[in-house]
Ligand binder design. Structure first.
Ligand code: SF4
Length: 734
């Protein structure tokens, strides 16, 4: 009997699987008794949009452990490093425990009760609106709340406070995917499923380092190969030789910001070689002739020169796509974080449409979203659409929604309010004076930090609602509202494959923290609109049940779901009477959400990036993530095992460039752009990054990459260009 088996028996555990789930203190080590749960609570991981099923181990009212949910279809019981210690975020230091108020700018916080906090919040925001107009109050939310909270918040902001200026940090990560889907297919909504990663003949990953950012998807991509079967051929397009790129069959280390050329070039090869689905193009798309006529310039030699990729490799990638029975095109921030993000998404959609790779097993243009419930806010929120992907501009859509809510159509906004970067600009210009930030940390996560800090200084009143305090953003707030976090509240999350999973409460929030749902309803009560907008709502399930009705008949149809059904397992929308077990794919009938029911092919020409290297700032900065950390480390920075694995920021530089600067691995450097400076950061000399480029992870406030980045945004989606700006490096002598 092995040590593990003996230990398992000694502890009275059923299986080795259970033993591992409880966690060990050392190799086969002693399991601390206090880590053995009394009960397990099924829920969904609260970090990324993979949406892994997870169980929280609870002992005496405390979260003491986690384990992967073997029954959840997303993750086969597996979790990535962040998921494996997620319970520690609940008991981490620095939780926001009580409402805190500053008595005037520059004063220290003092603890107040919830009544005082609500009164102050409502008085300040209403007073600002009375003096400067309803739009002078804006809201910045997140992708971290449960869907029920997004639905409740949208009504509160738009119909209660009557301000259109409501957006989320989701605009910082996937607004270009949303806008690209709407333009190509007539609606938002990723059309594929994660199982397509396993079942496709070919998977093309564009600007998507899933090994670091969506690790369980990387496992699913390689699953068949790991089991000794033939898995998909993997093509990775990325300027960095990431961990994902290292798994590729064909790696295209593209010159940054030349993806429009490459995607057009591949389209041209597909068409010239006859590797397209003529029947699908004729029956289900529009714009083919215009696209065809636009591709004359994109010869293979020209594309090779512009992208700095070998012509043979480009052709081989196109051949692989064009001759496969099924191809999945997946992308993330490498595409979205660009001033041409939306149009680049349209070009990816073009490739899927030209080859008929949509609505079939293994075939989709698939945006992999960032946060655990960015999809929830896309579907229910008032940010990019009216709830249920209804259009702000459509009178019919507004009338239908107004009727469902029993309000006047004139109460609904006729156009989208300001997007995140425009809210920041609105604060700077003095149009916006009051801001409510919910579940996000803009001081670290927004590009061009200096500008953001200047903007926030101009606010008359800043309220930050968060599970943690202090954060760089709560510290500068006038009012902090303490919120419950993952594990402390109930609702649903929707992942990037449209799969809705139940989120359950395992423990009570600490101190006086409340769920965001309760905070929104309390505020609604105090401004006198609770009865009108949320009649008889008491719990998140009431919001979910109304949302089911509001989504009925829409593409994102939840009407066939219920909390009871979701307790049995997650479901993919659309889910209704016709498809009660949900739908793995959209557009299987070749009909789209456009007026003519055809998907649109787009002609796109490359535009120049907003900033390029020059003699003063000779390197191109790319920013991104590492597997151990989440966003601005308000959670993961407090989890010792993750901090030990990735304790500090670094700047990756190619050995050739390092030599020219006299830099050696681990030397300290300063990195500067025209907007700001990181005073001290370690160099990581590596050929993962190409010559002329550098890479910095954005998680670290003490070496904040967003001091350097610029906030120019895609004109269509308003998503900022986090990925490219010009910087210089200087070696520090100590
Ligand atoms: Fe959580 Fe994403 Fe990791 Fe899954 S892959 S455990 S959802 S962070």
């Amino acid at each position: 009997m092995s040590k593990v088996e003996s230990l398992s028996r000694w502890l009275g555990l059923d299986t080795l699987k259970d033993q591992y789930a409880y966690g060990t203190d050392s190799e086969y080590g002693v399991i601390a008794k206090e880590k053995i749960p009394d009960r397990w609570v099924k829920t969904t991981c609260g970090y990324c949009s993979v949406g892994c099923g997870i169980q929280i181990g609870v002992r005496e009212g405390k979260a003491v452990s986690v384990r992967g949910d073997l029954d959840h279809p997303v993750n086969d019981g597996k979790l990535c490093p962040k998921g494996l210690c997620e319970h520690e975020s609940i008991s981490a230091d620095g939780r926001a425990l009580y409402p805190l108020l500053k008595q005037g700018k520059g004063n220290a916080f003092r603890r107040v009760d919830w009544g005082v906090a609500y009164d102050e919040f409502i008085f300040q925001m209403r007073e600002i609106q009375r003096k400067h107009g309803e739009s002078s109050f804006a809201v910045l939310s997140t992708g971290q709340l449960v869907t029920e909270e997004f639905y409740t918040l949208g009504k509160l902001v738009q119909l209660g406070f009557k301000t259109p200026n409501y957006d989320g940090n989701t605009t910082l990560c996937m607004a270009s995917a949303v806008a690209g889907y709407k333009r190509s297919f007539g609606s938002d909504g990723p059309p594929g499923s994660y199982e397509d990663l396993e079942n496709a003949d070919t998977v093309v990953l564009i600007g998507a380092n899933i090994a670091d950012n969506h690790p369980i998807l990387a496992y699913r991509l390689l699953k068949k190969k790991l089991q000794g079967e033939q898995g998909p051929k993997v093509i990775v397009i990325d300027p960095r030789a990431t961990k994902t790129a290292m798994q590729a069959d064909i790696f295209l280390p593209i010159r940054p910001r030349s993806d429009v050329y490459l995607l057009n070039g591949i389209a041209k090869i597909l068409i010239s070689e006859g590797w397209v689905d003529e029947e699908f193009i004729q029956s289900s798309t529009s714009g083919y002739e215009e696209l065809l006529n636009s591709l004359d310039d994109y010869s293979l030699e020209y594309i090779s020169k512009v992208t700095r990729l070998e012509a043979g490799k480009i052709y081989e990638a196109a051949r692989q796509i064009g001759t496969s029975k099924s191809t999945l095109f997946a992308w993330t921030m490498g595409v979205n974080h660009s001033t041409q993000g939306t149009e680049t998404v349209n070009l990816i959609n073009n490739l899927a449409l030209l080859t008929g790779n949509i609505g079939r097993t293994g075939s989709a243009p698939m945006s992999i979203t960032g946060q655990c419930n960015a999809m929830g806010t896309r579907e229910t929120g008032f940010t990019s659409s009216l709830p249920g992907y209804r259009s702000f501009e459509s009178l019919d859509d507004r009338k239908e929604l107004a009727q469902l809510w029993n309000v006047s159509e004139s109460e609904l906004p006729q156009k989208r309010g300001l997007a995140y970067p425009d809210i920041v600009q609105g604060i700077l210009s003095g149009d916006i004076k009051g801001l409510w930030v919910i579940g996000t940390n803009p001081v670290v996560s927004y590009p061009h930090r200096k500008k953001l800090e200047e903007a926030f200084k101009k606010l008359e009143f800043l309220c930050v609602q968060d599970g943690f305090h202090p954060t760089p953003t709560t510290e500068i707030a006038d009012l902090v509202l303490p919120a419950a976090i993952w594990g402390e509240k109930e609702g649903t999350y929707t992942n990037s494959e449209r799969r809705v999973s139940k989120v359950n409460k395992a423990v009570d929030p600490p101190g006086e923290a409340k769920s965001d749902f309760d905070i929104f309803l309390d505020i609604a009560q105090r401004i006198g609109i609770r009865e009108k907008l949320y009649s008889n709502w008491k719990q998140p399930q009431d919001a979910f049940d109304e949302w089911r009705k509001v989504s009925k008949g829409r593409l994102c149809d939840y009407s066939g779901m219920s909390y009871e059904k979701l307790a049995e397992g997650p479901l993919q929308w659309p889910c209704n009477d016709t498809v009660p077990q949900g739908s793995p794919r959209l557009y299987s009938d070749g009909k789209f959400q456009t007026k003519d029911r055809k998907a649109k092919l787009f002609v796109v020409r490359s535009i120049l990036p907003p900033e390029e290297p020059d003699p003063d700032y000779p390197f191109l900065l790319n920013t991104g993530r590492t597997v151990e950390h989440w966003h601005t480390r308000t959670k993961t920075g407090k989890i010792s095992i993750l901090e030990q694995a990735a304790p500090e920021a670094w700047v990756e530089i190619n050995p050739r460039d390092a030599k020219a600067l006299g830099l050696r691995n681990h030397d300290w450097v300063t990195v500067s752009s025209r907007r700001g400076k990181i005073s001290r950061i370690r160099a990581r000399v590596t050929s993962i990054i190409g010559p002329g480029q550098v890479f910095i992870p954005f998680h670290y406030v003490e070496a904040s990459a967003n001091r350097l980045t610029l906030d120019d945004a895609c004109p269509i989606s308003r998503e900022p260009n986090f990925k490219q700006c010009a910087v210089k490096l200087q070696k520090l002598r100590y």
